[in-house]
Design a protein around this ligand. Structure first.
Ligand code: PLP
Length: 457
């Protein structure tokens, strides 16, 4: 990067652009880091500083930044056919190939069809629409409502924001979709029941969900949506068996189950898909992010045999899918995804995620024993979180200044981590080696010791 262009970049940083998920004034006063290159699991900023990317792009760069097979697949596809539409009447070879691969990989969950999208929010939007349409096709047009979990995150389209369980993503955009209701999430560290026993908490949350179903009337509810492990809400790992109990409850009330696997898909939790942690089979699965390791924007909404057959056995025009995107099944994205699947299998990334994740979780657990500012450590595979508190007994969340200082200190010490309110979130590439995991642990350990600010600040 030459001097002139570096100066230009610094001068214009966050000046002509509004960044997602940030106040524009804050971005001007504290400009974002300019990341100029990536290699392996590391990124390099404009000052030439190299750190391990413990954020993994945005939970998505599972294969790191130097994966040649994906880059070559993209280049080959660009040369062969850079784009063609998949709307009624045309398709492309990579789309057909990827559809077959995904249905094969998701045989365990009985998925039968893929509807391609341009990313996670699109996949959620598709899932919600298909759920409503399914019931109309089945002659139950009253089933239109959605249920979701508080603290869940499902992207930023109006549908996704409506099922979102975090006020930050809702307030400024209200009114959202009517007919969406939220139940408590099975979060051991903070829950409205003050329950610390996982089994009992699980049952209480299932009972609260059932209570809402009975109150609304199951004959008015289209679907329930949840992440198998809640990501942006602070890495909330439901107690073992919770999702299976929810599945059984939804079956009893004839309500569809949508698993939002946008983060948990493709090995992030240590299993190929989050649904496999608990061994449940949803009706719809939303996937995106790591499907291309972030190298190209792509996603899909997968539907199971039950939904497939309802549409296939209907000759009503209501069963035509008047939904889709210009970039549904983009050939370059599909080519990237096929290469990604091959690499994920060849390198057993779910296995590495489980191994490195448990190493780091263990290390952070030991760190928590030495520092009162750590209230909770949790995670599954390479979805990890450390929750910081100003007062451990009262669980008072640590302040913004303290959290910012922690992130800066970790960065100086060699790891980019993400801070969301009082939670430090880590989701590094799944190709992480032990030395890289150790570097993240060391950087975080250094930060927790070095930051002397009052955690309440
Ligand atoms: C679980 C979940 N669903 C949906 C989305 C939205 O995906 P995108 O940002 O690609 O639209 C995200 C993004 O982080 C997510 O974590």
């Amino acid at each position: 990067m030459n001097e002139i262009s570096s100066n230009f970049l610094r001068e214009h940083n966050a000046r002509q652009v509004w960044h997602p998920m940030a106040h524009p004034v804050e971005m001007e006063t504290t400009p974002p880091r300019i990341i100029v290159s990536g290699e392996g699991v590391s990124i390099v900023d404009l000052d030439g500083k190299r750190v391990v990317d413990a954020v993994g792009g945005l939970w998505n760069v599972n294969l790191g930044y130097s994966n040649e097979p994906i880059k070559q697949a993209i280049a080959r596809q660009l040369a062969e056919l850079p784009y063609y539409s998949a709307f009624r009447g045309t398709t492309n070879p990579r789309l057909i190939e990827l559809g077959a691969r995904l249905v094969d990989i998701l045989k365990v969950e009985n998925m039968r069809r893929a509807m391609f999208t341009s990313g996670g929010s699109d996949s959620v939007e598709s899932a919600l629409r298909i759920a409503r349409q399914y019931w109309k096709v089945r002659g139950k047009a009253d089933k239109t409502k959605f249920l979701a979990l508080k603290k869940g995150y499902h992207g930023t389209h109006f549908g996704g924001a409506s099922v979102n369980g975090n006020q930050n993503f809702r307030r400024a955009y209200e009114p959202l979709l009517p007919g969406v209701y939220h139940a408590p999430s099975p979060f051991l560290y903070r829950n409205p029941f003050d329950e610390t026993n996982p089994e009992r908490l699980s049952d209480l949350c299932v009972a609260a969900l059932e209570d809402e179903i009975k109150f609304q009337g199951a004959d008015t509810i289209a679907a329930f949506i949840a992440e198998p492990v809640l990501g942006a809400g602070g890495v909330i790992v439901p107690p073992a068996g919770f999702m299976k109990k929810v599945r059984a409850l939804l079956d009893r009330h004839d309500i569809l189950m949508i698993a939002d696997e946008v983060i948990t898909g493709f090995g992030r939790t240590g299993e190929w898909f989050g649904a496999r942690l608990d061994g449940f089979a949803p009706d719809v699965m939303c996937i995106a992010k790591a499907i291309t390791s972030g190298y190209f924007p792509l996603g899909a909404c997968m539907v199971n045999e039950k939904i497939e057959s309802a549409f296939m056995n209907s000759d009503d025009t209501l069963a035509a899918i008047f939904h889709g995107y210009t970039y549904s099944g983009h050939p370059v994205g599909c080519a990237a995804a096929i290469a990604c699947l091959d690499e994920t299998f060849a390198r057993d990334l779910p296995g590495n995620s489980a191994r490195e994740g448990s190493f780091m979780l263990d290390a952070f657990g030991k760190l928590a024993a030495r520092h009162d500012t750590i209230g909770d450590v949790r995670g599954k595979g390479l979805m990890l979180a450390i929750e910081f508190v100003a007062d451990r007994a009262a669980k008072t969340p640590a302040g913004k200044k303290y959290m910012g200082a922690l992130a800066d200190a970790a960065y100086e010490a060699g790891a980019l981590v993400r801070v969301s309110a009082n939670v430090m979130i880590m989701s590094p590439p799944l190709v992480l080696e032990r030395k890289d995991s150790q570097q993240i642990v060391d950087a975080v350990t250094h930060a927790v010791s070095a930051v002397r600010l009052d955690p309440a600040q």
